[in-house]
Design a protein around this ligand. Structure first.
Ligand code: ATR
Length: 276
């Protein structure tokens, strides 16, 4: 089987490592290769891939939206999110999915199942592409409220407008979020603040954090972000976002092969690589 990751730049992507582990777990022969495509040749390269054929591919930054015109069909979740990270090839037809948000929520739920109740309140920091996937996935779960905090509150409001259902939804400023932080059961950083090389940065002040709140960060380089260290010091529980990458990959692999991956040993091997 032949799979690819399309993106630019791809640098030290961990996806080949993850998918190679899945292939051997599934006892399938195959390859997962990086296809770094410069923006100038994106259209040409994608057309060539369609002619060449493959069993499926992932798309990452900056092409999760640009791929849409090349697809024959987009699944409803990806359509609502407005971006695709996984393409399934079925009878030469390309079908787009988005497994990012669901991947993230599956990990959070695995570690903190008690977060998903009719009373729980989530605070999501950031309103970009990563936030969009996560907020849509949270909206499909049991919870009371989803609040999105962004420097430009209008962007948070626009994201929330695309959601349907009966949850309490609100866009707020960082100032307001910091003042009311103890209201939330879970705070999720979806911004890149704190990522290498700016590891000292922290998206939000945790001065008013409650010990009962779970703090989650999708930044996983460094593994122990300043935000997570601060939350831990204050006695809160923490969730490392690197598992999002593993779960989104496992969900993509399931779409391509039908095989359900046991993610735990793969996560462990991934952590050893990240922490060493
Ligand atoms: P991604 O796909 O990683 O989510 P993106 O779509 O460019 O990337 O979105 C980046 C998000 O991080 C945005 O919500 C951005 O906030 P603004 O809309 O206000 O720009 C947020 N972000 C980036 N740098 C930030 C910073 N220094 N402080 C707070 N938020 C930041």
């Amino acid at each position: 089987m032949q799979f690819y990751l399309l993106g630019y730049p791809l640098g030290h992507s961990m996806s080949p490592f993850l998918h190679q582990a899945f292939l051997s777990q599934a006892k399938l022969e195959g390859h997962y290769e990086l296809k770094e495509i410069s923006p100038k040749t994106f259209s040409e390269e994608v057309t060539r891939l369609k002619e060449m054929g493959c069993d499926g591919f992932n798309i990452t930054i900056p092409y999760k939206v640009d791929i849409l015109p090349f697809l024959d069909r987009v699944d409803s979740e990806a359509e609502a999110i407005g971006a695709v990270n996984t393409v399934v090839v079925e009878d030469d037809k390309w079908i787009g999915y988005n497994t990012d948000g669901r991947g993230y929520v599956t990990s959070l739920k695995y570690h903190f199942p008690a977060l998903f109740t009719a009373e729980s309140r989530f605070l999501v920091l950031g309103a970009g592409g990563a936030s969009r996937g996560i907020v849509h996935a949270l909206n499909n779960e049991i919870c009371d409220a989803i609040t999105v905090c962004n420097r430009t509150v209008e962007k948070a409001d626009a994201l929330l407008e695309s959601l349907s259902g009966s949850k309490q939804l609100a866009g707020i400023s960082y100032e307001e979020a910091e003042k009311t932080l103890d209201m939330y059961d879970c705070i999720i950083n979806t911004t890149s603040v704190g990522m290498e090389p700016h590891t000292r940065n922290q998206a939000i002040s945790l001065k008013h954090l409650s010990k009962d709140t779970v703090v989650s960060d999708i930044v996983y380089k460094p593994f122990h972000t300043t935000l997570l260290q601060d939350a831990k010091k204050r006695g809160a529980q923490i969730h490392h976002g690197h598992e999002m990458l593993v779960y989104q990959a496992a969900l993509a692999f399931k779409l391509w092969t039908g095989f359900t991956v046991d993610v735990r040993p793969v996560i462990q091997a991934f952590e050893e690589k990240l922490i060493k």
